[in-house]
Ligand binder design. Sequence first.
Ligand code: PLP
Length: 450
Amino acid sequence: MTIQPNSIEARDKAYQLHSYTNARALERDGSLVIDRGEGVYVYDNNGKKYIEAMAGLWSVAVGFGENRLVEAAARQMAKLPYYHTFTARSHGPSVELAEKLIQMAPVPMSKAYFTNSGSEANDTAMKMVWYRSNALGKPEKKKIISRIKGYHGVTIASASLTGLPNNHRSFDLPLPGIFHTTCPHYRVFKQEGETESAFVERCAKDLEDLVLREGPETVAAFIGEPVMGAGGVIVPPAGYWEAIQKVLKKYDILFIADEVICGFGRTGKMFATETFSLEPDIITVSKQISSSYQPISALLINEKVYQPLADESANIGTFGHGVTAAGHPVAAAVALENIAIIEERDLVGNVRALAPKFQSRLKAMESHPLAIEARGTGLIGALELKPRDGFAAGELGPKLLAVMLEKGLISRAIGDSLALCPPMIISESQVDAVFDLFEDSLNAFQKQLS
Ligand code: PLP
């Protein structure tokens, strides 16, 4: 693409540093500027239409251009554009949202605590876990276990929890005291001749060995996404969560379920905690809580976490944590309206209704000569490309992504896996359109390669 002087692309590269972007490549190639959106579609600044099959960043559940959310924000802006929840202050939207979240929680939860991003929520979870251990007189119980390929964010603590090399390299992470256990991706991590159930047992044994090596009295919590998203859409094999939770219970280790992607319907239940029969002590949510129309995230904590934390705040005189915009009234009002839309339109039911078609069309692509594996559940999935002579690992994915973009389909390349996570309002014919474009792109890419 030639970048015209003074164009938005030229000004973008002149003034803005982008997340998850090769800055030198952007200087050369420019960015794709999205101008507006409607339903499952977005339009770039040249008017080209795309199906946004990633719902932004796995997040725009109700689709783009939802006027009810615009109006909810405007009403709240006019009434009370900002207030905080520090020092025993409160406001209606944060109370209503906390109440709603506790009522809809998939397991008994005691309190909701608000933050602004998934990273902050997980960072806060880690601080709460440490604070609780101190409150319980167990200052040595501080270590946290995460998983290889898990994604929990980018702040110093949450990036440490993340188990992906590019979130650590040159950032001097992870922090000490954070460990990464086996990733439950059977095809990639299985040993020669290992059955799926033997692999599950080994995942649990690896976790137990790690706990025993470090000393159970020093391990405070385990964090995991029910379905790994940014690590490549990895759905754990049957029995995995049952086996993992057994180990956590045995050694009195808290379980933090990171539902930042899965929460609010993505797997066909309101929370993946239900889909996988999880019993977390802390659940972190963000993204689809507000369809990302406003930045907001939350932690749901149970009594086991809340009671010691409340005691410690009384001992110290305060719970010394909180960010200015947490529980922001406009974000909370938008989240409440967004959840109302998800419930009224039964978007979780829509996920369940469309999942068989979505997953079967994805699975059908696995037999394409360029593909090696299709993975997914509910309305989330990924197709992984076969390694190919002459291409480094992770080189093919972005090339196919460019072909998809050309054809008007927005996906995301995670190495050589192309992810799909469309808005939950998607219709059956739109699901077909996504896969028709995906197949066309794959065939065109095959021609390019031959
Ligand atoms: N946890 C999960 C599972 C995520 O997918 C993400 C972001 O993609 C995060 C946490 C971090 O959220 P944020 O980007 O809002 O900090």
